[in-house]
Design a binder for this molecule. Sequence first.
Ligand SMILES: [Fe+2]
Length: 407
Amino acid sequence: MTTPSTLQSTQHSTLTALTDEEQQAGLTLEQLRQLVGLVEYDASADPFPVVAQDAVCFVVGNATQAAAYYQLVWGMELEAYRGPETGHRAEKSFVLRSGSGRFVLTGGVAPDSAVLDHHRRHGDGVVDLAIEVVEVDRCVEHARATGATVLVEPHDESDEHGTVRLAAIATYGETRHTLVDRSRYAGPYLPGYVARRSQVRAERVFEAVDHCVGNVELGRMDEWVRFYNEVLGFTNMAEFVGDDIATDYSALMSKVVASGNHRVKFPLNEPAIAQKRSQIDEYLEFYDGAGCQHVALATTDILRSVDLLSERGVEFLSTPDSYYDDPELRARIGEVRVPIEELKSRGILVDRDEDGYLLQIFTQPVGDRPTVFYELIERHGSLGFGKGNFKALFEAIEREQERRGNF
Ligand SMILES: [Fe+2]
């Protein structure tokens, strides 16, 4: 459904043409360069050409209610469904869309469903960062040759809407990357799913998925960076070590890998030794292992997004007034599109680098465990991740850890 058919015949494409999802969302290439930092690149030498992030797939404790939450609060639209009524007796899955971003929420129905075991151990979380690729077989062949664990061999799945080619490889923790070629498929999501429309309509708050962050165990970040370099052909975008991301009490290290066109960006964090437990240690304890920490959602108007989400009950990390009153920060960020007071009243953070600036804000964890949360990000040229805000952000998280008794 996504890959333009011309991409099938030429491996010299830059893989930066609009995907079907982006076209349907009314996005333009110029907007995507702005929104998610899309770049041109030559895919001919890429051993693992990636089109885009296909879906962020969650296991949740109650998919029926989570589907309502994401529609009513996050303004996502229900597009497809699979469950007992469609012949899938063990689980229920709801497919939701916002702009070009797609979430899949799955909950266990049958008492012996493996999804329930996963949920018992990890709680609500991301199980699959599905990636749309041009040639599934070639990617799996390369993945196997470079040492990846192939969880699902390449195979076709078909229904009246066409055929998809699917496979899956393992990544950190119990997380996987399903690889999907949907160029010969026109159905609502995947074979086995039926179209299902939202009965409710809440204004949209984000346009695309910008990046998905993984938290991995102490000492294992570089191993996973190498995995993304060697297996998926991702390149390194940025790294943050040492004083960049340490407060007086806790520390972590972070490196960012990205697909050639930068549509898919995966920062990877590991805890660093410090006086107190970092947010990464807390995550690893409560998720019971490595996993996806946050999903960053790109918006064209972060003020409106924050206002809508706040009205709908989403809680954000608070930022002290001193952040905005700091003359050093004011000098560093220069002119942004709105008065600082507008950012201050909402707790939105600003960062600037040589390419431009970005506005960002982080929610509290959205489940019962202090694990998964969201970031909203509005980019204006900056391809960064808010390095200048790490310290303020981590101090805000430490205040919350303290309240939870995990610091
Ligand atoms: Fe982020």
